[in-house]
Design a protein around this ligand. Structure first.
Ligand code: GLP
Length: 244
């Protein structure tokens, strides 16, 4: 695993955006696996700035997102569809028909997951997969469990994740309890993986995930087995990292 130390959130965001933009420059028709959450917002902002300055062209890029809440409509500001439009897609020259997310409005989990698996197969392996890190070690919405789920599946979100997500909703009742997420096998099929982490509240999980044993109880630990992973994290997130 390559480790890039960043001073703070802004530095982490610029470094991550540099890696993503290098991928687009090297292969304009690349497949980018994208993530949501608060961590990648700064990187997306930087990519939008570089696009606005004429330094980046998204016209041939295809994107596949990791996950989507089950039951949220696309016009719900908390849906990941809305998030991606808000932070990236509506601000660059990406072709909307080449941006893919699981369909959170599909009530039948089996149909939603099979449809997304089909999309992912058709698009092919991501050239670069961007990941954030949940406090409990989740990647996408692959929550801690007894095994590593392989493909897209419907997940019951853990209490810890529901609580962490509550800050984005008015009431606890509105916080979705389920999500559709890309599976671990699909995530690992990406040629390169870029995981970004910021903040002291992630220091314990960074150490557990990347210094500890590989176990489905800490889903991100599986990244230790991938041959091309880059971790970009700020000093606060790395403050307890024994292998750092
Ligand atoms: C969310 C997303 C993940 C994200 C994680 C961390 O639940 N499904 O893809 O990486 O939680 O979020 P944040 O970056 O806000 O800490």
């Amino acid at each position: 695993m390559k480790l890039y130390r960043a001073k703070d959130y802004n530095d982490m965001s610029r470094k991550a955006a540099s890696i993503i933009s290098a991928q687009i420059l090297m292969k304009p028709n690349c497949v980018l696996g994208l993530a949501t959450g608060s961590t990648p917002i700064g990187a997306y902002r930087q990519l939008v700035d570089w696009y606005a300055q004429g330094d980046l062209d998204f016209s041939e890029v295809t994107t596949v997102n990791l996950d989507e809440y089950k039951g949220l409509t696309r016009d719900n500001p908390q849906s990941y569809y809305y998030f991606m439009n808000e932070h990236l897609f509506s601000k660059v020259n990406i072709c909307k028909s080449r941006t893919f997310l699981p369909d959170g409005t599909e009530p039948d989990s089996h149909t939603a997951c099979e449809n997304y698996n089909e999309t992912l197969r058709a698009v092919g392996a991501a050239d670069l997969q961007l990941l954030g890190l949940g406090h409990n070690g989740h990647i996408g919405f692959n929550e801690p469990g007894e095994y590593f789920p392989t493909e897209t599946h419907c997940i019951d979100l853990s209490e810890q994740t529901i609580k962490a997500n509550a800050r984005f909703f008015q009431t606890m009742d509105e916080v979705p309890r389920q999500a559709y997420t890309m599976g671990i096998k699909t995530i690992l099929s990406a040629r390169k993986i870029l995981i970004i982490v910021s903040g002291e509240d992630k220091a314990d999980i960074v150490n557990t995930a990347f210094s500890g044993p590989v176990t489905p109880r800490v889903p991100a630990s599986i990244l230790q087995l991938h041959g091309n992973v880059t971790l970009v994290a700020d000093e606060a997130a790395l403050s307890k990292f024994q292998k750092g």
